[in-house]
Design a binder for this molecule. Structure first.
Ligand code: APR
Length: 235
């Protein structure tokens, strides 16, 4: 670790799983309860806005009842104590990294606690429901949608992510299946750009062939152990 200065971490649903938030592709996971096409595409929103708004109202309410787990807390400690560059790119739309205290977080798939006005393009923090078509806090129009990147839409801040991958000395993939691009390709990008690569996941992901090292187990264990290896035991 001595020659490591710049770390990029990619997290997925597995890092929030032990906080009680469903992952997407496990048995009975989120996408087994809902067809993606019915709730997570612009076409779905066009076709049946009430169904989509109700789905995200339910998810927005549910995440506010959950708490960060030991993996989120370990990553927040790393963020606070790591003197070099560090970026947590998360595919997750919950706010558990932030509630654990992490600051250098980039939500590439958007956030449940943010809404996007299709009239004035403003984004606002939002903890309530949208089904009643409330007015946009900026322009007053009843034109708010979930600030979530749906299938077929471009993930946020890809330039910033690729700039961080260019410079990374270490890329760590945590709690993600490696099933959805472009995030699933980051491990290969990082490796080809010269970073060391590490996977911390319950089981081998689809990207496990690209990592120098893989540690498998629950995130609350493998992430906490890894952070302690780097920083030493919490003071
Ligand atoms: N600890 C560590 N890893 C875990 C745990 C756990 N407790 N529980 C599950 N996992 C792992 C699973 O083994 C799996 O590899 O987390 C991964 C979750 O994979 P997915 O359910 O596919 O979630 P994710 O990779 O985040 O999905 C990526 O797909 O549908 C889109 O936008 C959605 O952001 C999401 C993207």
């Amino acid at each position: 670790m001595s020659d490591i200065r710049k770390i990029v971490i990619l997290t997925g649903a597995g890092v929030s799983s032990e906080s009680g938030i469903d992952t997407f592709r496990a048995e009975g996971g989120l996408w087994e309860q809902h067809r993606v096409e019915d709730v997570a595409t612009p076409e779905a929103f066009e076709r049946d806005p009430d169904l989509v708004l109700r789905f995200y109202d339910m998810r927005r309410e549910a995440i506010q009842t959950k708490a960060p787990n030991a993996a989120h807390l370990a990553l927040a400690r790393l963020d606070a104590e790591w003197a070099g560059d560090l970026l947590i790119v998360t595919q997750n739309v919950d706010d558990l990294h932030e509630r654990a205290g992490a600051r250098r977080v980039l939500h590439m798939h958007g956030e449940h606690l943010s809404v996007w006005c299709t009239a004035c393009d403003a984004r606002s923090r939002w903890t309530e429901t949208l089904i009643e078509r409330p007015p946009c806090p900026e322009c007053g129009e009843p034109a708010l949608r979930p600030d979530i990147v749906w299938f077929g839409e471009m993930p946020y801040r890809m330039d910033d992510i690729f700039a961080a991958l260019e410079d990374a000395d270490l890329f760590v993939s945590i709690g993600t299946s490696g099933a959805v691009y472009p995030a699933a390709g980051f491990v290969r990008n990082a490796r080809e750009l010269g970073a060391a690569t590490l996977e911390l996941n319950l089981e081998p992901s689809q990207g496990t062939g690209w990592v120098d090292e893989a540690r498998h187990g629950p995130a609350t264990q493998v992430v906490s152990d890894w952070v302690e290896e780097i920083l030493g035991p919490p003071r």
